[in-house]
Design a protein around this ligand. Structure first.
Ligand SMILES: *Cc1c(COP(=O)(O)O)cnc(C)c1O
Length: 385
């Protein structure tokens, strides 16, 4: 049986008529840039995430860039993040000429390690530390309690990269909080493979402070507040009306899709246990104990296993028609473009180990039990031929 890593057609099928009707509506209006659909989506994302302000932008990448621009980040500044994430997290820092400081991950969740973060903050406490960017990787919150305490101690603002975590919840002291809106800034991506995917690129910034929201809104549109009066240098970071309109149709289904991803994860656990595949490490759910009150403690944008003889297993999966991917094969500190930062192999051992040992398996909501059995059967055939 062929099993794709991701099958977006399954999700589109039941929404097809609604989406097409919406396309006609927007096409008839001929209003394509920002406008009422974008404003409505911004209000709905605010309501969904309990954020004070939401600003629709062209992508997750541009979301981070616009936040950093609004903060006035530039040469001489330093920003701390993880080397085990999608390139964009660090790319935005580099594009503004700021220095990237990496802190290694925890081996179990692949999220930034608070202990390593403290070491980096202490080593650079006399530098111009402008932000910490934790990533809620694969759909599970980073350890925000510890990270928030460090941010307060070192007086550095937080920007949550929640590109993979729209809808994921963190069990905070005063109740569950939505990843991205736990701290002062956060952002989401609507890249088609994210849990809420657009029909192209799109992103959303959420923020707490009204003045910053105002600044970011201007930066999204060339720093323009009144037409052709430019108060700052921004960019074209605008979200399309069509994308917003399609996303508004999909948003009400997001929690249901996350629940389906979680159910698939639970089924994988049963199938792996039944197959006796003890050498394969399954994803750790850090906040599962709070599950009854915090259902979206993990929303499985990806289901990541750690597997012995990983590269041979990749070849075997490909040969047996099982969709898979490696997120991410080269940690960012070893990327060619970041060579000038002076990092070397061995600097972030957990990120390097994860890059060599992990595989993403199919986890999309519509994945069937039969397809999951085929995935696990293929892996079982590899380890127990
Ligand atoms: C997808 C992603 C981004 C960038 O989002 P785009 O919309 O693709 O620009 C940033 N960070 C992480 C962790 C991502 O997964």
């Amino acid at each position: 049986m062929q099993v794709p890593l991701l099958d977006l057609k399954k999700q589109y099928e039941p929404l097809r008529d609604l989406i097409r009707a919406k396309f006609n509506e927007v096409a008839d209006s001929q209003h394509f840039i920002l406008g009422p659909e974008v404003e409505s989506l911004e209000r709905e994302i605010c309501a969904y995430t309990c954020a004070n302000h939401a600003i629709g932008v062209s992508s997750g990448t541009d979301a981070e860039l616009a936040i950093l621009m609004a903060m006035g980040v530039g040469p001489g500044d330093s920003i701390v993040t993880t080397p085990y994430t999608f390139f964009a997290t660090a790319g935005g820092i580099a594009r503004l000429g700021a220095r990237i400081l990496f802190a290694d991950i925890e081996p179990d969740t692949y999220n930034i390690s608070p202990a390593r973060l403290r070491e980096v903050l202490e080593a650079h406490r006399h530098g111009r530390l402008r932000a910490i960017i934790p990533v809620h990787l694969f759909g599970q919150s980073a350890r925000m309690d510890e990270i928030r305490a460090l941010a307060a101690e070192f007086e550095v603002p937080l920007i949550e990269d929640a590109a993979q975590a729209l809808g994921a919840e963190y069990p905070d002291h005063d109740g569950p909080k939505k990843c991205g809106s736990i701290t002062e800034f956060g952002f989401y991506s609507f890249f088609p493979s994210k849990n809420l995917g657009a029909f192209g690129d799109g992103g959303m910034i959420v923020c707490r402070d009204e003045a910053m929201a105002h600044k970011i809104r201007a930066i999204r549109n060339h720093g323009m507040e009144t037409r052709y009066h430019h108060h700052s240098v921004g960019g074209n970071f605008r979200l399309d009306a069509l994308q917003a309109a399609f996303l508004r149709i999909k948003l009400p289904y997001l929690d249901q899709w996350s629940a389906m991803r979680r159910a698939n994860a639970a089924r994988y656990r049963e199938e792996f246990a039944r197959a006796g595949l003890d050498s394969v490490t399954l994803p750790v759910e850090s906040y599962a104990a709070q599950a009854p009150s915090v259902p979206n403690h993990h929303i499985y944008n990806q289901f990541i296993i750690r597997a012995p003889r990983r590269d041979e297993l990749l070849t075997h999966l490909a040969a047996t028609g099982i969709g898979h991917a490696v997120y991410y094969p080269i940690p960012l500190h070893l990327q060619e473009c970041f060579a000038p930062l002076g990092y070397k192999p061995g600097d972030f051992p957990e990120s390097e180990r994860a890059a060599c040992e992990t595989i993403a398996l199919p986890i999309f909501p519509e994945l069937t039990p039969g397809q999951q059995q085929a995935v696990v059967a293929s892996i079982a055939a590899f380890y127990k031929p």
